[in-house]
Design a protein around this ligand. Sequence first.
Ligand code: NAD
Length: 389
Amino acid sequence: MIEGSKMTKATDRLHYGMIGGGPGAFIGDVHRTAIRIDDKATLVSGVFSRDQKVSVSFGTSLGIEKDRLYGSFEEMAQRESERPDGIDFVVIVTPNASHHAAAKVFLSHGIHVVCDKPLTLEYHEAKELAELTERKRLLFGVTYTYTGYPAVKQIAHLIASGEIGHIRFINAEYAQEWLATRSEKENRQASWRTDPAFSGKSNCVGDIGSHVENMVATMTGLRISSLSARLDKFVEGRQLDDNASIMVEYEGGAKGLYWTSQVAIGYDNGLRVRIFGSKGTIEWFQERPDHFTVMKLGEPARTWSRGRDAFSDEAQRFSRLPSGHPEGVFEAFANIYRSYIETLLALRSGKKVDMGKLGFPTVQEGAEGVRFINACVESSENSGAWVSL
Ligand SMILES: NC(=O)c1ccc[n+]([C@@H]2O[C@H](COP(=O)([O-])OP(=O)(O)OC[C@H]3O[C@@H](n4cnc5c(N)ncnc54)[C@H](O)[C@@H]3O)[C@@H](O)[C@H]2O)c1
């Protein structure tokens, strides 16, 4: 069915700053583009690179005033917090190792934060950010991109409504080929991801396994109680894992099997989740994000399609285009920002917000992700021993 857009444009605006996302960076520009989709926040400040000259020249090209382009994130947090028109929130899109320090300094100065995953390198750092967020009564979003898809919200709704009964087993994988050779020598994104100084203890589990952990938690609400992992380094000379096999057990008795790989030749961005319940199965694949399949014993499989089939109000609210007009990563990111910015605007205007029901991944989920990554590394270092979370 073809209908006009139901999206509304805000009259009220927020102002934000960015750390990272300079020339040639990957995800910073995706964040900026996604925020522009609903057009409720303007980029007014930033540190886009560790090199101040590069940062100022890049920031100026984005239309930012020179006096709001700073030499470091510490200086930016201080100076922005002193301005009457200082930023409402900051977006952190640097390599993993600086997330904790950057997020901490903005929270300490009373500025709301959005940070990309993995939230931090260490679990105690993530917990510290969670505590600081709560103490300062701030809003912290973590951009687990793919949770923004309407189909993912609909799957979570169906599972919570009992559509496939109680969950028995989950099989989830994230397969990519981009590190099948030693591309860290020439590719900047590969270079820091495979360097423990910037990436942390894990490359593959940290980079994409974290999406698997969060996606399964988002769809099912299940919490991992223990896991056994084997992390592999298939490419010679590589410092960190490029493939991992992970067995998990969830609270309540369900079991799961995750596989993440960056050496899976033929696969681009293959995040796939299959959830097996006592009454049926749900399957979703990130490269076809508008659709998912529900299978029941003795019945033909049914494919749900965003825009065509009736989604729950909460999922439907995030559908932007008529059926057959594919939505993708930009829209998923925009949906996370839509929830985050709507919540900030509501808080700012003194409206009551149910903090237990925010429509975006929070600092607690970011912390769960870090706990998962570190447990995988610990297990693998101990020959796959089961680790409790
Ligand atoms: N949510 C997702 O789907 C997704 C996708 C890609 C990357 N990410 C995450 O986003 C982050 C960035 O990844 P990327 O691929 O864009 O990296 P990138 O290397 O492409 O970009 C990093 C940028 O940060 C800048 N930078 C580094 N240190 C800085 C500092 N101290 N101050 C200011 N700028 C600094 C670099 O100059 C560069 O512009 C990582 O944590 C990554 O895991 C998330």
